[in-house]
Design a protein around this ligand. Sequence first.
Ligand code: UDP
Ligand code: MG
Length: 314
Amino acid sequence: MKRISLIVPCLNEEEAIPAFKQEIDRVFKECLEGYAPELIFVDDGSTDRSLEMIKKMAEHSPEVKFISFSRNFGKEAAIYAGLEAATGDYAAVMDVDLQDPPSLLPDMLKAIEKEGYDCAGTRRVTRQGEPLLRSFFARAFYKTIHQISDTRIVDGARDYKLMTRPVLEALLSLKEYNRFSKGLYEWVGFRTKWFEYENVERVAGETKWSFFKLFLYSIEGIVAFSTAPLALASIMGVLLSFISFLSIIILTVRELIWPHSAYGWTSLVCVFCMMGGIVLLCLGILGQYLAKTYTEVKKRPIYIARERSIKPFN
Ligand code: UDP
Ligand code: MG
């Protein structure tokens, strides 16, 4: 019997976990008869009863496995830990809040087994129920990254993905500390079939992503998959040098024709402020790349497990 590993990151999800398990049981019973699930819950430092519930579930259901982190390492680290432990013929990453509908799994599996794809990816085509400002910035992010990165990150792509073992192994071979799964999925390549679906609201609990956390995450994505901002800093530098060189010539010529015509310090202050701003911006851009390089060279582990019922397999 073929096995499908489901990797489920959880951060304070005690309300969503029971509904998730119920839905998975239903889908496997009704639509995936010939397949056995392997449910790998990755507790990302929850402070509620999530881990307790998962452990209790594991007592009755042998297919339930868990890894519990020593603190909150983030969803990306949880995905990595889950992929590392997955023993299935196929692996899928999915949220526990049922915003990634498990009912799509049979079709996704069909794409891999019958149509020869290596991966089945999902993307949200609507963002209903999401705050307007959040949708606006999400769209702006995808537009920007499309223009400045060679890695094609699909608009609205979710982390929800079903993959074959070669894809899983390729993802694990990328050992970077600053992980941006949406980009990594694309970077490894392989043939992917996309499934589209409308946004569904969370079954229970609340989103774990504040606007600020998402903002930092988007910067992570840009820094990880594009060096265009660094080029932007250089372009701005060249442009401004050119403008100031031109101004010097114009002012010198003017001074020679109409002596004492160039005066006034207010304009100078404006120019200084603008230059200061641009220099700081460029320094900031440089700093972002430096900071990411710094965290990479330290080679700290992507996560630390406090407790686990399943060992790394891959
Ligand atoms: N999650 C996690 N660690 C985090 C944040 C989120 O493991 O630091 C999990 C969370 O429990 C959920 C999934 O990642 O299963 C997606 O989170 P959420 O539903 O809050 O994100 P949204 O769907 O709002 O983008
Ligand atoms: Mg969610």
